[in-house]
Design a protein around this ligand. Sequence first.
Ligand SMILES: [Zn+2]
Length: 85
Amino acid sequence: MIRILFYILIIWGIYYLAKGYFKPKEEKKRKQTSPWQIEDELVQDPMCGIYIPKSKAIKAKIKGKVYYFCSKECKKKYIKQLKGR
Ligand SMILES: [Zn+2]
């Protein structure tokens, strides 16, 4: 009778360890797909020199090069400046 209880305890122990082994894997998967890892690097406005997050910046492609501006005014001014030269 004591032997049976001992075996049950071992089986339960293995099951518990296996459960604990698989749990961290699931957590890692959840971390990889978390919405907090959205790429949002800072970019510099070439007109006024201010740094703005890429998601909020105004993107402009001028002569094959991509520029990021803080506002439409800065974008207009920069294009004017390029054309004036
Ligand atoms: Zn600006």
